[in-house]
Design a protein around this ligand. Structure first.
Ligand code: NAD
Ligand code: TYD
Length: 347
């Protein structure tokens, strides 16, 4: 297998590549990771993999919107499988500047599909999000049949890319599968997203900004469980099908932040042991903030035998420990550009 992974230097992409090399004994192919290294991409996430598997891991610094660069990658490396993660992924940034989201998430996906369509690929797997389904009330969960109803420029651009992928299946017979997953968390997540932001702020005794009333609900999925699901879908998923992947761990944001605070009290106490909960600060709500997401992962469970294995408490504890153990990674990630975003957004 010569698998093109797009966005492999980001959070989920780098965890997926690591998963294949370290935890998937039935993977014996090569990975060609193409990433344009935006603020969210970090080559360092895979330094050890690049050193350990020099013949099976190749990095190409390129933009998925650059059709010529993509054509070269396809022909140089005999690509037969694509796993497409590359995206602009942060909702708050999409509200401030939607352009990059339209470009990468829609045009970039279109470019890849065009490149793939006459190549007789074994598989084109597209990673999407539960946010395409919009907001839930207190009851029910998203199934693969739920109608699309995106609220943010981010989720609308992901919805557009999903439609393109399905259209290439129906029109050109491209061997596609799709997965729509809930909120991921775990090692290597860029600290602009809720969980790593709260861990890092709590570690430094800074305010923990909770949007609105804090009662928005997300369904949390440990990234390694997600990576296992993607690999199962690539191996055994039915062509043209979509699989919802969720953690089966719904929680209000405020409860989750309190849980992080309580674990931090134990794992990284503040001076004088003052409780981290004292740092919680309610801030202005996000415009168009979806109230509740919840995934019904019955299809992937019944058809492919996948279920999430990591409990929320174990996953959060492992994630906190990872951030506490990787202060050099954090220092390097918190560059000037990162500080600027945090200053502008939470001023
Ligand atoms: P991320 O922002 O951490 O990483 C995105 C990666 O894509 C980065 O390495 C970046 O450099 C790269 N990239 C961006 N634009 C590019 C371009 N034009 N060309 C090449 N590379 C480019 O994102 P993530 O959290 O790892 O998300 C990966 C995928 O999973 C995305 O498609 C996202 O929509 C989806 N997803 C994420 C979550 C989540 O909770 N993180 C949930 C559901 C779905
Ligand atoms: P986020 O990690 O941005 O993921 P998404 O918007 O894709 O679900 O946010 C998760 C939830 O946490 C969401 O309801 C918004 C909320 N949130 C805060 O309350 N404060 C913050 O500083 C951030 C970044 C998010």
């Amino acid at each position: 297998m010569n698998m093109l992974v797009t966005g492999g230097c980001g959070f989920i992409g780098s965890n997926f590549i690591r998963y294949l090399f370290q935890d998937a004994p039935d993977f014996n192919g090569r990975i060609i990771n193409i990433d344009s290294l935006t603020y969210a991409g970090n080559l360092e996430n895979l330094t050890d993999i690049a050193e350990t598997f020099p013949d099976r891991y190749i990095f190409v610094h390129a933009d998925i919107c650059d059709a010529e660069a993509l054509a070269a990658v396809f022909s140089d490396h005999g690509i037969d499988t694509v796993c497409h993660f590359a995206a602009e992924s942060h909702v708050d940034r999409s509200i401030v500047g939607p352009d990059a989201f339209i470009r990468t998430n829609i045009i970039g996906t279109f470019n890849l599909l065009e490149m793939a369509r006459d190549k007789k690929l074994k598989r084109f797997h597209h990673i999407s999000t539960d946010e395409v389904y919009g907001s839930l009330g207190p009851d029910g969960r998203f199934t693969e049949q739920t109608a699309y109803d995106p609220s943010s420029p981010y989720s609308a651009s992901k919805a557009a890319s999903d439609h393109l992928v399905r259209a290439y299946f129906r029109t050109y017979g491209l061997s596609v599968t799709l997965s729509n997953c809930s909120n991921n968390y775990g090692p290597y997540q860029f600290p602009e997203k809720l969980i790593p932001l709260m861990i890092l702020n709590a570690r430094s005794g800074k305010a923990l900004p909770v949007y609105g009333d804090g009662k928005n609900i997300r369904d949390w999925l440990y990234v390694k469980d997600h990576c296992r699901a993607i690999w199962e879908i690539i191996k055994h998923g039915a062509l043209g099908e979509t699989y919802n992947v969720g953690g089966d761990h719904e929680m209000e944001n405020i409860r989750l932040v309190e849980m992080i605070c309580d674990l931090m009290d134990d794992m990284a106490p503040l001076p004088g042991r003052s409780p981290h909960r004292g740092l919680i600060s309610f801030v202005k709500d996000r415009p168009g903030h979806d109230r509740r997401y919840a995934i019904d992962a019955g299809k992937i469970r019944d058809e492919l035998g996948w279920t999430p294995e990591t409990t929320l408490e174990n996953g959060i504890r492992a994630t906190i420990q990872w951030y506490l153990d990787h202060s050099e990674w954090i220092e390097r990630v918190q560059s000037g550009a990162y500080r600027e975003w945090i200053q502008q957004h939470y001023q």
